[in-house]
Design a protein around this ligand. Sequence first.
Ligand code: HEM
Length: 403
Amino acid sequence: MSDTTSPVPRVDDWTTDWDHHDPRWTNDPFPIWDELRAGCPAAHTDRYNEGVWLPTRFADITAVAHDTDAFSSGHSGVTAGGTVPRGVFPPIHLDPPDHHPMRRAMLPFYNPKRIEGWRSHVLGICDDLIDELLPRLAAGEPVDVAAEYAAHIPAATIAALLGIPTSDGDLFRRWIHGLELGDNDVDVRKQAVAEMTGYFAGVIEARRAEPGDDFVSVLVQAEVDGAPIDDATLQHILALQLVAGIDTTWGVLGASLWHLASHDDDRRTLVADPDKIPTAIEEFLRAYASVSLWRTVVAPATIGDVEVSVGDTVMMAFPAACRDPEVFDDPATVDIERQRNRHVAFGSGIHRCLGSNLARLELNVAVARWLERVPSFRLVPGHDVVWAEGAIRGPRSVMVEIV
Ligand code: HEM
C-alpha cells in the first residue's frame, strides 16, 4: 500500500510514460525496473519538466553520475507541468568548479572519527525509544516500527549534530512530507522550503550570537574561497542536511526492520551472531536503497545508445542500479551474508553521499540495539506496509508484534 494523496493518471507503458508517483512504482518498483533494464537503456516520460529519462542499468547510471560536463546537478529535480526553478541546495546542486570548495568546507564534520564520536548518543536515542515501545509490545500491543522507531532516530541524530531541539522532529518530518509530494504540487513544495529556510535563518542568527561546536557554528565561521558563506546559502545548506539525512536513513532503516520482521531465518541469524550485522546492513542498503536524484542535460550526450538533448532531465535511480544482474549475483535475493557488494546506494562520483559514515552508524546501532532488546518480532497479520511516494523510497508504516 502507498500513502498516495495525489492521484496520478495510470501508466500503461513504462518505457514511454513512466511515473515515479504511480502506486505500482511506490509499492513495488523492482519488476518495473527489471523489465525496463532488460528492454532499453533509458525509458522516457513527458509527465515532468520538459521530459525525463530513466536509465536503470548500473553502467549507464554510474556513467551519467561521472559525466558532470554533460549532466548537471544544478537546479535539478522534477515538477509536473514544466520546469520550475527549485533553488540551489549546496553541495548537492553544485557542479564543478563550485562543488568542490563547498563540499570541502563540510568534510571535516563528516569524517569517520568525528562521526564515530556520536555512537553513544545514537545508542541513547535508540534506547529511549525502545524503553517506550517495549512495555507496549510486552503487553501484546502492536507498534509501528517505521513511524515510532525508525523515523525518530535520524531526525534526533541530525538535530543533535546541528545543535537544534530534538522536539522539532515532527516539524522536520512535515517538511519532508511536503517535499515528497512537491513533485506534483509546487505550492506544497514552496511552503516546505520557505518554512525550512526561515527556521534556519533563526538558528544561524542564534549561533552567530553564541557559537558552539555544532555543525551550524562550524559553518557560520567557515570560509569558501576566502570569504564567509552568505546567509541564504547557509540556510539552504542546513535545509539540505535535514532533508538528506532524515528520510534517506529512515527509508533504509524501516526497510531493514520490515525485512527482519518478515524473514525469520535472517532475524535469528543476526540475533545469534551480531557480528554479522554490518554485512547485513550493506545488503539492506543495496536491496532497499532509498535515494534517487536528478540531473539536467547541459551538453549533447548519450545514455547507452540513446541520444539525449540539452534541457532534458534524468532520474538517477541508484536503487535500480543496485538490482542490476550484470553487477550483482541474483540481485532480487536479499542475502544478508553477501560478500561481493559494491552497491551505489550512496551514489557515485563527486556527489557521493557526504553522510554515509553517519548513515552507516545509525543503521548499525539502531538495528543491533533493536535485535538485542526485541529479539523476536514479526509483522502484524493483516496490516499493509505503507511506502513513501516519490524519489525517496522507504516504508512509512510497519506494524510489528512480539512472538
Ligand atoms: C541510508 C541513508 C542515505 C542514503 C541512501 C543516501 C544517499 C545519497 C545519494 C545517492 C547521494 C548522491 C546524490 C547525487 O548523486 O546527486 C547523496 C548525497 C548526499 N548525502 Fe546522502 N544518503 C543517506 C544519508 C545521508 C545523511 C545521514 C546525510 C547527512 C546528514 C547525507 C548527506 C548527503 C549530502 C550532503 C549529499 C550531497 C553530497 C554532494 O553533493 O557532494 N546523506 N546521498
